[in-house]
Design a protein around this ligand. Sequence first.
Ligand code: GLC
Length: 587
Amino acid sequence: MADRSDARRTVTGPVAAPRRPAADEWWRHAVVYQIYPRSFADSDGDGIGDLPGITAHLPALADLGVDAIWLSPFYVSPQADAGYDVADYRRVDPLFGTLADFDALLAGAHELGLKVIVDLVPNHSSSAHPWFVDALAAAPGSPQRDRYIFRDGKGPGGSEPPNNWESVFGGSAWTRTAGADGTPGQWYLHLFAPEQPDFNWGSAEVQEEFESVLRFWLDRGVDGFRVDVAHGLAKAPGLPDHHVDPRLGAMGFEPPTAKDARAHLDGAGAEPTPTDGQMGPMWDQNEVHEIYRRWRKVVGEYGHERILVAEAWVQPLSRLANYVRADEMHQAFNFTFLETPWYAPILQDVVTRSLQLNNRVGAPTTWVLSNHDVVRHPSRFGLADAEQPKPQQGIGLGDPQPDAALGSKRGRAATLVMLGLPGSAYLYQGEELGLPEHTTLPDDARQDPTWLRSQHTRRGRDGCRVPIPWVADAPALGFSPTGESWLPQPESFRALARDRQAGDPDSTLALYRDAIALRRHYALGAGTLEWLTHPGGRVVAFRNGDVTVMINMSGHEVPLPPGEVILASLPLKDDGALPADVAVWLV
Ligand code: GLC
């Protein structure tokens, strides 16, 4: 039996100075639940989720205790990138319903006390957007083409792309146009699929259009916007070639590794000096900030409760903090935290730096473990470090498969750490059920453009986008009345269906509900973090107000500190020990 011994306070003191949130600054400590509409609930039986499906299930989310929902795009779109290719920013795609359905969803959410954040996709439109159709029909140098990024090609007859940039999904980031008679013409830039041409943010018309789109949804009553690819809108002048660093992911982002953490802790790897555009000439250019300063003013006209959230794969964290300066966005997703490996020193280091750097600019830190672009966290944590794919690469047949039991255990523990931290947390639909990634999805079912565009070398993101299970014994596990499902659901989802977990106090659903309720009760979101040391090593422990949060990443059991356990990621034995890969909250 392990000795019960005290956790000791470090001398470092609080890393986040308390900032008392104004009553209307709900977002500073909110738990936000991401809905991926096509995979949440299908009301009309076509196998694709829709807005009425979401409205019908809002009570389940109110019951979970979240403060807000964020909806991935539901706008008119040819769906070349699951709706992140928008053809009309002010209308709902018939696949998902109507504008009246959206209004009903918004009213239903507000009635339940849930805020609603919608997705805004300003880096690119769909190639079916009327502006791009006009641009293709217009001449080089025309005002229509100036809304996008058209350039002449290099080489004889302009037959080579204007620069060497690659699309995030694979292949060149340029596609050549052809005239009505087939004559090859200029090239246009698309950092993602060819069906997603990049806007020219130097164009006043583009700027005005997006301010008008913001107002359109603000006038309808939305509570905020999640801004897609917020670090991509401005490109370096002259569009210079990109000197690609092979360590970086497609969006120029390198996950923190255990090696970096050790270097950092040794003092050798202090926060690198941020340089302008170090991630490449298409990412994190200083000019993006002017755009967000203008947007902050627009949103501010509607009061302090409407927010902007940046999806910006930016590092180091000090550069990310620029997006949440007082006159810019309210929050930015913390992808450095999402990519933190199962290694205590780096977890502690990333949390410390996140809080310090955000605090410096007066912004709350966000925490996120899963979303529609990355392998779900219980599956990531079920893989050995050496097997970790780049986050958006996915896992498929023939790849190393996660240890499901280990992953589920660690996933629950990681969630307790996340929800125990001060700031705001983002959940991805299905994580409250403990859903794993679908890691054996048949390749011929895949729909993410990454799979095709990477010449079948990166499986992509379908494995985290599989429709979620509501009822174990219903068609499509309760997702759709007809049993249709746009991606096949794995058999492992059946036992995790919401109705199976509903009455079980040891279920993942109960854990999330309890954690969210206790987080609210102890005001953890608005709290201050103070690190504790623990004699067990490879244990991360901190105090947030009245609550001690501890996770055991050591591989063996360690003593629990004194106090009453109010929540544990797995049931504990009454022996004063904290088993490996388990987290607890104590008071
Ligand atoms: C963001 C979205 C992702 C999409 C990409 C292009 O990263 O989260 O799903 O493919 O932007 O819009």
